[in-house]
Design a protein around this ligand. Structure first.
Ligand code: PLP
Length: 410
């Protein structure tokens, strides 16, 4: 069956109001999806409905509105647990995103286990969210953070990663999908190697969730962090999935309301996970949108979504390869629809600024991945990151605009 038959792209685009707007008088081509995705009407309406009809705080009220808000918030946990095949909803901690999830693991799991001379292993292709939290806790403990190398194609050198899993490594931290290169890391293989050595594995799933089904049991990792706003949900939403045994052993990170059992000046006892890690009022309206975002993706189905995205990736890559002087960063065998590139003789930021005037939104910069930029010896790249609601015509418009603005810069 062709993608066209199963995937009505115009109907899908009609679900995303923002895609219909113009910028600088041109139709918008939104290719900054790795930064944040656009939101379908169903998500916007879920947030709107929350404030219009259900707004109250969670878990604190016996009145109906409080019950409704709590049901919606806890419903998002159920939806996320189902979506990532978590063995239990109680293993899903709701967070503001991947950054908060990583910091929670850093301070609550890693720090108490780190001793002077220990190490945390990560890789050269990580987002700063999967580097800096580990550095902060390593510094406190007198431990270090080391990075497994990648090759020129932007693939992790798995043998080196495994070699670096030495006894002083107390935690390994790897991205599922690179936000710059699109590279998909072989998490099952890495998790097996970590398991054999008794080293827990934290996976940054921020860029994987919008593009591929995730089954945390099948992956075999210990922790999986995800970002709601990159998969159609509102900003300020995300989650940490962790094995029950880890969550049970983790002390609280943030203290405050919601996370306690009993507070006395002689000592406080804490709630069971996941609530132990959810101090304060959460992003209740945002999580109403998470439920709607997951329902949207589930209705669409990952098979159709992936077929379309990969057709777009192939179409864009083939055209960019034809452009003399254009260098693509990230040519992994298994990659998601993210294309980083540079054009000889033009600054990334200049190109991105001129592309914006043509209606094309791409990101330029270091993409929160300084070590990766250093590896390639460049300060920045341009990044076109695609989503299932993009079209072949938008790819053509982007390539035409790129050729036009490159001429202007010569
Ligand atoms: N990890 C990766 C690979 C990312 O691309 C991002 C965001 O760009 C993050 C982590 C940070 O995620 P969040 O915005 O949920 O904190």
């Amino acid at each position: 069956m062709s993608t066209q038959a199963t995937f009505d792209i115009q109907r899908i685009r009609a679900d995303f109001p923002l895609l219909a707007r113009t910028v600088h008088g041109k139709p918008l081509v939104y290719f900054d999806n790795a930064n944040t995705s656009q939101k379908p009407q169903a998500v916007i309406e879920a947030v709107d409905r929350h404030y219009r009809e259900h707004n109250a705080n969670v878990s604190r009220a016996v009145h109906l509105l409080g019950e409704e808000a709590t049901a919606s918030y806890e419903g998002a946990r159920d939806a996320l647990a189902r979506f990532i095949h978590a063995p239990s909803r109680n293993e899903v901690v709701l967070t503001s995103g991947t950054t908060q999830a990583a910091n929670l693991v850093a301070y609550s799991f890693a720090l108490p286990r780190l001793r002077a001379g220990d190490a945390i292993l990560t890789t050269t292709m990580e987002h700063h969210a999967n580097i800096v939290p580990w550095q902060l806790v390593a510094a406190r403990a007198g431990a270090t953070v080391k990075a497994a190398p990648i090759d020129e194609r932007g693939e992790l050198i798995v043998e080196k990663f495994v070699e670096l899993l030495t006894p002083e490594v107390k935690l390994a931290c790897v991205t599922h999908v690179s936000n710059v290169l699109g590279t998909v890391n072989p998490i099952r293989e890495l998790a097996r190697a970590c398991r054999e050595r008794g080293i827990p594995l934290f996976v940054d799933g921020s860029q994987a969730m919008p593009h591929r089904p995730v089954d945390v049991r099948a992956l075999g990792c210990d922790f999986y962090a995800l970002t709601g706003h990159k998969m159609l949900a509102p900003t300020g939403t995300g989650a940490l999935w962790a094995k029950k045994e880890h969550l049970d052993a983790m002390p609280p990170f943030f203290g405050g309301g919601e996370m306690i059992r009993e507070v006395r000046f002689s000592g406080t006892t804490f709630a069971e996970p996941p609530h132990r890690f959810e101090a304060g009022t959460p992003n209740i309206a945002g999580f109403a949108g998470v439920g709607a975002a997951i329902a949207y993706v589930e209705a669409l189905g990952f098979d159709a979504l992936r077929a379309h995205e990969h057709a777009l990736l192939d179409h864009a890559t083939a055209q960019l390869r034809e452009i003399p002087g254009l260098r693509i960063f990230g040519e992994a065998g298994d990659k998601e629809p993210v294309i980083s590139f540079l054009v000889e003789g033009a600054q990334a930021t200049d190109l991105a600024t001129l592309l914006d005037l043509e209606g094309v939104a791409v990101r330029s910069g270091h993409h929160c991945a300084h070590p990766l930029m250093q590896f390639y010896g460049v300060p920045a790249t341009l990044r076109a990151s695609l989503a299932f609601y993009n079209t072949h015509e938008e790819v053509d418009a982007f390539v035409a605009a790129l050729l036009k603005v490159r001429r202007l810069l010569r």
